[in-house]
Write a protein that binds this ligand. Structure first.
Ligand code: PCA
Length: 213
């Protein structure tokens, strides 16, 4: 199995993005999975185009995008991407779309085709906190996840796609009181576990993983 895994460059007030830092440290082979790493810009549209170019070159079976979710304490596997850009802050090229569709001919939302619960379980088996998230927000991460799933449906750029959000790493929270963080090595180990699960499970397992709110 061939996996294309992407990580964003730093955005907002941060000078490092734990997503790319972690992706960079992944081995190039994890059990039966060949891992291809790609940095993508935190820029609307350009981010999706960079993935499309990578997919054209590498022809992956699976595409997983990884992004920073400052404020979350665990690794979160995103269930759904919605057809909406609503940027609270400008992206790295000063774009700030507000309430715009990503693709006018796309569905309202796409669900990930990754085995969500198997991934969460495999990460937790390594004593690393992980859960399913039911919103990837309305910024570039949701944009990219939506773009990947749209292009999987329209032009089959891969068989499966999805998104994982990671917390801040400790060096980012030195000046942020009461802000959760996770050690970079732990994030890398968690992503490795996620990739193992993707290599092992074609279909998801039926265990609880929902939330009330
Ligand atoms: N996180 C942002 C965009 C880039 C990133 O790493 C997000 O969650 O939308």
């Amino acid at each position: 199995m061939k996996l294309l895994i992407t990580g964003f460059d730093p955005f907002g007030n941060e000078n490092i993005n734990p997503a790319w830092e972690a992706v960079k440290l992944l081995p190039s082979k994890i059990e039966n999975v060949e891992v291809i790493k790609l940095q993508i810009p935190t820029v609307f549209k350009k981010s999706i185009n960079t993935i499309l170019e990578g997919a054209k070159e590498h022809k992956p079976d699976v595409i997983i995008c990884v992004g920073q979710a400052g404020g979350r304490y665990d690794l979160t596997i995103e269930r759904v991407a919605i057809n909406l850009d609503d940027a609270r802050i400008k992206d790295n090229e000063d774009n700030q779309p507000i309430d715009e569709s990503i693709y006018t001919d796309g569905q309202d939302a796409y669900f990930t085709s990754l085995p969500l619960k198997a991934i969460v379980k495999e990460i937790q088996n390594n004593n690393i906190p992980a859960s399913i998230s039911n919103t990837a927000g309305t910024y570039v991460c949701n944009h990219v996840m939506y773009g990947v799933l749209y292009h999987i449906e329209k032009d089959v750029i891969a068989k499966k796609g999805g998104f994982i959000h990671v917390p801040f790493i400790p060096q980012q929270v030195l000046d942020k009181k009461n802000m959760p963080s996770m050690d970079l090595k732990t994030i890398v180990k968690g992503l490795e576990a996620a990739i193992k699960a993707v290599g092992k499970y074609d279909n998801d397992i039926k265990i609880t993983g929902g939330t009330e709110f």
